[in-house]
Design a protein around this ligand. Structure first.
Ligand SMILES: [Fe+2]
Length: 332
């Protein structure tokens, strides 16, 4: 899986310091890479050479990294494309995802996350390429519905929560213009994110008072248990990864792996936001139920520490959507 040497990367970055720093990471990990500093050279490279992944700055001296993305699309290249943007530039991120970018890095970003980002994007492409077409979706959905009803039988509250989280996840996926595979993966992850709670004893699951430390530690196992359950289904390996990481925090203080920033898969960063929002506007855990407006300011307060700040703003901008507050739809 980690056959780094066979990975050929194109880096398009004109800013000298960033360019050099990223190249150093590539060298340290023994990646085969080509670094260019403008759009023209980048287009010539993608025309004539094969790459497994492309990292491109958006603002280039002779054009936009998004023009490169257009070229990649017009050549029908199935290459993961990671855009590098100035921080907080949410409309640019949305635009890039709409054009088919698969991930984004907003400056300043942590260089040590780059190998993880390369790994997950290439793996996602590999799964997409291998996936049988047409996908046997109906059998898969039947299995998923069976899993959900098993949890529902044990904890009806979680089930309602998961379906509402899936509703917000769907809108986020549309707002970001995720491709069909990512949209499918995000929605399934949302529906199944708390499936690991099926392994928790009833006295913890149904407790209405504050959990003891030992009970809290047991409850924190649910992302791991959930990802193991779902990981047994071959086609859902990526969904399993999103479930595993839905309680990571942007500042690295989450669980189970303490991943930080962009090292957390983007879909898991989305799920963390929509999960928290749904909990804030509907759960009793937060003391009193908050209004959407209060919930948004709660998300903003935790942007950059708990949540990805760019994704928080994109989520809040979706509140204008006519379907935003209609959480009773059937997502299947
Ligand atoms: Fe959870």
């Amino acid at each position: 899986m980690n056959d780094y040497n066979s990975r050929r990367i194109l880096l398009v970055e004109d800013e000298v310091v960033t360019h050099r720093a990223i190249c150093r990471i590539f060298e340290r990990n023994k990646y085969d890479y080509v670094g260019v500093k403008n759009l023209t050279d980048a287009i010539n490279k993608v025309k004539t050479e094969h790459f497994d992944i492309i990292f491109s700055d958006v603002v280039l001296p002779d054009g936009s990294g998004l023009d490169l993305l257009d070229k990649v699309n017009s050549y029908l290249l199935q290459v993961p494309f990671v855009v590098i943007t100035a921080s907080e530039d949410k409309s640019l991120v949305q635009n890039a995802m709409k054009k088919g970018a698969t991930d984004f890095l907003s400056k300043p970003f942590n260089l040590k996350n780059i190998p993880t980002i390369i790994d997950r994007n290439i793996e996602r492409q590999r799964i997409a390429n291998e996936r049988q077409s047409p996908r046997n979706a109906s059998a898969l959905l039947k299995a998923i519905k069976a899993l959900i009803s098993a949890l529902e039988a044990k904890d009806s509250y979680t089930s309602g929560h998961s379906m509402r989280v899936a509703h917000y996840a769907k809108l986020m996926g549309e707002g970001l213009n995720l491709n069909d595979d990512d949209q499918f993966c995000l929605q399934l992850s949302a529906v199944l994110h708390d499936i690991g709670k099926i392994g928790l004893p009833d006295n913890i699951l149904k407790k209405s008072t504050t959990l003891l430390q030992s009970e809290y530690n047991a409850a924190k196992e649910h992302p791991l248990i959930g990802s193991k359950i779902v990981g047994n289904i071959d086609e859902l390996h990526e969904v399993a990864a999103i479930i595993r990481h839905h309680h990571e925090r942007f500042d690295g203080n989450g669980y189970p792996d303490g991943l930080e920033g962009e090292a957390i898969p983007m879909l898991a960063r989305i799920l963390a936001i929509v999960d928290a929002y749904e909990a804030i506007v509907s759960q009793r855990h937060y003391g009193s139920i908050l209004t959407p407006r209060e919930a948004f300011s709660e998300l903003r307060k935790n942007a950059g520490t708990q949540f990805d700040p760019v994704l928080v703003e994109i989520f809040i901008s979706l509140a204008e959507h006519p379907e935003f507050h209609e959480t009773n739809g059937n997502i299947f």
